[in-house]
Design a protein around this ligand. Sequence first.
Ligand SMILES: NC(=O)NC1=NC(=O)NC1=O
Length: 174
Amino acid sequence: MDINVVNALPYEDFVKLFGNVVEKCPLISAAVWSHRPFKDLADIEAHITEFIHRLPDSGKEGILRCHPDLAGRDLQSGTLTRESQEEQSQAGMTTLDSAEFLQMYRLNSEYKEHFGFPFVICARLNNKADIVHQLSERLKNDRATERERAIEEVKKICSLRLRNIVLSEIQTKL
Ligand SMILES: NC(=O)NC1=NC(=O)NC1=O
C-alpha cells in the first residue's frame, strides 16, 4: 500500500482502515491521524506505540479491558471481531476439548480476579500450550510488571494487524 495514499485519506477512511489494529480502540488510530503525513507503515506503528506509552496506567488497563478473553464468551457466542476470530482460531482456541476449555476459563477468571484486567497475549505467535503456560507464569507477576507485559502483547497484535491490512490492500491491487 502506497503511504501517499494513506496520507491522503480523510480521517473517516483512515479510522475505517486502521481502527481495529488495537482491539476495539479506534480512538488510537483516530488520534494518530493527526500525525500525518507518515513516512511509512513503521511510522504509523511508532505513533500508535507512542500514544499507548503516554497513557496513564488506567488508560493502559482500559486497552487491555477491551480485549476479549481467549476461548471466552465472545468466542462462544460468535461475537468476536474478524481479527480476533482469526487470531484465536489460529491459536487453537476453537478446538479445545472440555478439559482444556475449563482450564482456560479457570485461569482467565483467576487472572482477571487478581489483576482487574484480562489476560492478553498475541495469539498468532502462540499455540494453546504456550498460552496456558504463559497464563500460569504471568499470574505470578506483580501488577505493574504484568500491565507492561500485557501491553507489549497488545503492540505485537497491533503490528501483525497493521501488516495484514497492508498485505490485503496489496493483494486487492494485484
Ligand atoms: N485476550 C487475548 O489475548 N485476546 C486476543 N489475543 C489475540 O491475539 N487476539 C485476541 O482476541
